[in-house]
Design a protein around this ligand. Structure first.
Ligand code: NAP
Ligand code: MG
Length: 505
């Protein structure tokens, strides 16, 4: 099994003592204090595999939300003015804490979000990598002195933090997807309020707050609000304080975020990382055995609950029958069940609503002529892996993002048709193509309308130095390296007139 972040060193096993586990995940984190929310209602956070209650949280209302934004705003000027070394030191200290609490972080991910152990380890590595990258950001923000055709004037472009950033994080890679916004944001001198998904309030926000609190982050720089999206979601977006909403989630909610940002009293930016419908294309000259492995990993990591997950496998007719046989045989070996078992690949779907939706797509596609080669009914929230051949691009399992362990295999004739089918979707996040001819692969990649294309690899990849993001309905903006550095800062043009200027009147 390849890992998602291939360049990561193995986790240090030298950590001498394991710190006591964090506890007290039952409220909000506002201005450095842990306290119950004022809503008067509790949120039950459950383990999707066992159904056990992980924690109960006293939920936030709008007054809590407002307090969190106020504290972020009040703290921001002082945080912006800290030395780069102070901000870098916090990031480096949090890396040490993540390392020391490696097992604990994995355990929260498994219990709260139904991560398998394999996926939780991948997520931990991504968390560590983005934090290490963010630790370099305080030293990478520079301004410029610009040429100017005005006598006696000096023209400078400063780069400033944006101010307060509101982060809305999803439940599928909760700690990583929250922290790929939070880490860069605070490293660059912004302050933050996070609203995690109600499915993952700990791993999507509160756990990050514990780590930064332990790392010595000043109160108010990071705040976490746990509440109902239908009650405080709109207020979170429309609040006048945040200058940018960094949203990761579905395209429908992403559109809503953009609409509210446009009509809120204070206009604000949006960074949108949305849904996908990722193709994995297998051309006629592909290494078939390798392509099968890449397409199995790309579809079944985290039981398909990944925005970059391979939602359609598009295979040239010359290889199709053999590919389908080998793919089905490989998928048959994947273990489904308890995510705590180290060799489980397919764990529980996050909730019954998601499972019901994907089962409808499965049933409708079967009724529409898709040939089922592997399947079975759900056991609790665990759906055994499903493989379908003779799928067309308009069947529901191909047309919609299924976000589950369901692999549709589509037959095409030649490269041109493969490209047409790959692009025949309103989404454009990740994609991949397998071929023995790298020049052909590169040419094909350049024809795909997506933010990311991997030649001879699975579609699931993310590394902190590369631009991560989507085209079309998959989003606006990019994470990673210099791209997020630009996104979470803003240029400020400042001039100094050294000699008096001659005005015409
Ligand atoms: P979702 O319903 O859009 O939820 C995403 C986040 O938005 C959650 O925290 C949710 O909170 C919150 N939210 C929902 N309605 C809101 C509102 N009216 N105001 C403010 N916040 C609101 O997404 P999902 O279906 O759970 O997640 C899966 C989707 O996310 C897939 O489409 C997947 O492709 C996409 N995704 C994209 C990326 C990427 O990087 N491009 C990464 C991961 C996932 P609650 O859960 O508490 O309602
Ligand atoms: Mg849960």
């Amino acid at each position: 099994m390849t890992t998602l972040v291939a360049t990561m060193p193995p986790k240090s096993e030298t950590t001498s003592s394991v710190p006591p586990r964090y506890s007290g995940f039952n409220g909000q984190y506002i201005n450095g204090s842990w306290r119950p929310g004022h809503r008067g209602r509790t949120l039950k956070d459950t383990d999707p595999f066992t159904g056990e209650t992980v924690t109960e949280i006293a939920m936030a209302d709008q007054s809590d939300l407002d307090e969190a934004y106020q504290s972020a705003e009040k703290t921001q000027p002082a945080w912006r003015d800290t030395l780069p070394a102070e901000r870098a030191a916090i990031m480096l200290r949090s890396l040490e804490i993540m390392d020391a609490r490696h097992e604990e972080i994995l355990d929260w991910l498994i219990r709260e979000s139904g991560s398998t152990r394999i996926k939780a380890e991948v997520e931990w590595q991504m968390l560590f990598a983005i934090t290490r990258e963010a630790a370099s950001f305080p030293y990478r923000v520079t301004g410029r002195i610009l040429p100017i055709d005005e006598p006696g004037k000096e023209s400078r472009a400063y780069r400033q933090p944006i101010g307060v950033i509101g982060v809305i994080s999803p439940w599928n890679f909760p700690i990583y997807l929250a922290h790929r916004s939070v880490g860069p944001a605070i490293a660059l001198g912004n302050t933050v309020v996070v609203k995690p998904s109600q499915e993952t309030p700990i791993t999507g926000g509160l756990l990050i707050a514990k780590i930064y609190e332990e790392a010595g982050l000043p109160p108010g720089v990071l705040n976490v609000i746990v509440g109902s999206s239908s009650e405080i979601g709109d207020a979170f977006i429309q609040h006048p304080i945040p200058a940018l909403i960094s949203f990761t989630g579905s395209t429908d909610v992403g559109r809503h975020v953009m609409q509210l940002a446009a009509t809120s009293p204070m206009l604000k930016r949006v960074a949108l990382e949305l849904g996908g419908n990722t193709p994995c294309v297998v051309l006629d000259d592909a290494d078939l055995i390798y392509a099968v492995k890449a397409a199995v990993y790309g579809r079944f990591l985290h039981q398909g609950e990944i925005c970059m997950s391979t939602n359609r496998i598009i295979v040239d007719a010359t290889l199709y029958d053999e590919f389908v046989d080998r793919y089905t045989a490989h998928v048959k070996t994947l273990k489904a069940g308890n995510p705590q078992d180290p060799d489980t690949v397919i764990g529980p779907i996050i909730n019954s609503k998601q499972l019901t939706n994907m089962m409808k797509h499965v049933n409708d596609s079967r009724a529409g002529g898709a040939r089922q080669l592997l399947g079975g009914n759900p056991n609790g929230l665990v759906l055994p892996p499903q493989v379908f051949a003779d799928v067309t691009n308009d069947m529901p399992i191909a047309r919609f993002e299924t976000f589950g362990p369901i692999a549709p295999i589509i037959k095409v004739n030649g490269e041109a048709e493969a490209l047409h089918v790959a692009n025949d979707t309103p989404f454009g996040l990740s994609s991949s193509v397998c071929t023995r001819d790298e020049a052909r692969g590169l040419r094909f990649a350049l024809g795909v309308r997506a933010g990311m294309t991997h030649v001879n690899d699975s579609s699931v990849d993310d590394t902190p130095t590369a631009p991560f993001g989507g085209e079309k309905n998959s989003g606006i903006g990019r994470f990673g390296g210099e791209w997020i550095l630009e996104e979470f800062t803003t240029p400020h043009w400042i001039t100094v007139q050294h000699t008096p200027r001659q005005y015409p009147f």
